[in-house]
Design a protein around this ligand. Structure first.
Ligand code: ZN
Ligand code: ZN
Length: 355
């Protein structure tokens, strides 16, 4: 198989030829056709996430060893299965749920693999899909997405699922309650599309890049704001009945401060973005305003089934997607770091051209 590997932290990915993978136990081997290229791989390639106050979440200290194959949004054909992988749909195309856990703790058994204390995420702890082949631990993580464009399906496993799960944490909410989406990148646009598909009406998007405002409006946002404008907080607070919820897909100190301050009493601020940093919080006003600050990280297998069903229903608008070849993945990560990608990039692998 051919891989794009991370051999040194912070360095471009390198192409390598490796032995073909062989599934054992309940594992399933996927011939990768498409893989979404995710902003979180920019941080993983660097080797750390900024936790604020000079602290770092260091990938090497958390057990990640190099060389490593990143890539956690695989879509491809089921090539073969281990002897215990019952019901693997050999020869059929499937989307992969990548946020797998240990498989036997109470959290995993409750269906919340993404919260497992011993995560085994594909493309982070397990070898990923910036490669022509990837192993999936169990056939239950394969999802039939027939009817959905195969270059769009991979996006559902990460940005689609992440946005959907974050939105679930704001519900119930009246369709005309104002919801603010911070950041009009892949996740933010996806959140707007999902909110619209779920029947939500009043959505405002904040992004410093005014070039992204038109995409936000095309996806269904009514209003757009520049979060750095001095009047932004006042404009948000002036919306009828106030802001019921904020989805922060940036996760920087200024977006967090703005988002929490903009909420009406009882509002919910959901943080997803991993830009990093920290903010001081007034504990008294947190209680008096009865606001919730909620973290959200990817989503569960059940939630991915729900997002896929929403996409199959035809209600979910597909966000702008561009494809590139597997040799371009590293340069796309550079462009994501520079903030010069509109919508979402998906790498296309040679197997996608087989008939
Ligand atoms: Zn991702
Ligand atoms: Zn577990």
């Amino acid at each position: 198989m051919i891989t794009q590997e991370l051999t040194d932290w912070g360095r471009p990915l390198q192409q390598a030829i490796r032995d073909d993978l062989v599934p054992s136990g309940t594992e399933v081997l996927i011939g990768v056709k498409y893989c979404g290229i995710c902003h979180s791989d920019v941080h993983i390639r660097e080797g750390f996430f900024d936790l604020g106050g000079g602290r770092k979440f260091n990938m090497a200290e958390r057990g990640m060893k190099l060389p490593a194959v990143l890539g956690h949004e695989p879509y491809g054909v089921v090539l073969s299965a281990g002897p215990q992988a019952q019901g693997a749909p050999l020869g059929e195309d499937r989307l992969v749920y990548p946020w797998t856990g240990c498989g036997h703790c109470s959290v995993c058994l409750s269906g919340q693999d993404n919260w497992c204390q011993q995560p085994q995420y594909i493309g982070i702890q397990r070898s990923g899909s910036y490669a022509t082949q990837v192993l999936v631990p169990h056939p239950k993580y394969l999802i039939d997405t027939s009817g959905i464009e195969p270059s769009f399906a991979p996006i559902l496993a990460c940005s689609g699922l992440t946005s959907y799960s974050a939105i679930q944490k704001l519900l119930p909410s009246a369709p005309n309650d104002w919801i603010v989406v911070m950041g009009a990148g892949g996740l933010g646009l996806m959140a707007v599309a999902i909110l619209k598909a779920l029947g939500h009406e009043n959505i405002a998007v904040c992004d410093i890049d005014e070039l992204k405002w038109s995409s936000a409006k095309e996806m269904g946002a009514q209003l757009t704001f520049n979060p750095n404008a001095p009047s932004c907080l006042q404009s948000l607070k002036a919306l009828p009945s106030g802001i019921a919820g904020v989805l922060d897909f940036v996760g920087a100190p200024n977006t967090a401060q703005l988002g929490i301050a903009a909420l009406r009493k009882g509002g919910r601020y959901v943080i997803v973005g991993l830009f990093g940093g920290e903010i001081p919080i007034s504990l008294v006003t947190l209680a008096q305003r009865a606001v919730s600050i909620i973290g959200s990280y990817v989503g569960s297998l059940q939630e991915l089934h729900e997002v896929v069903a929403l996409a199959k229903s035809g209600k979910l608008k597909s966000i702008p997607t561009q494809t590139c070849s597997m040799t371009e993945i590293s340069s796309v990560l550079d462009r994501l770091l520079a903030g010069s990608v509109q919508g979402r990039m998906v790498a296309q692998f040679p197997a996608s051209e087989d008939h």
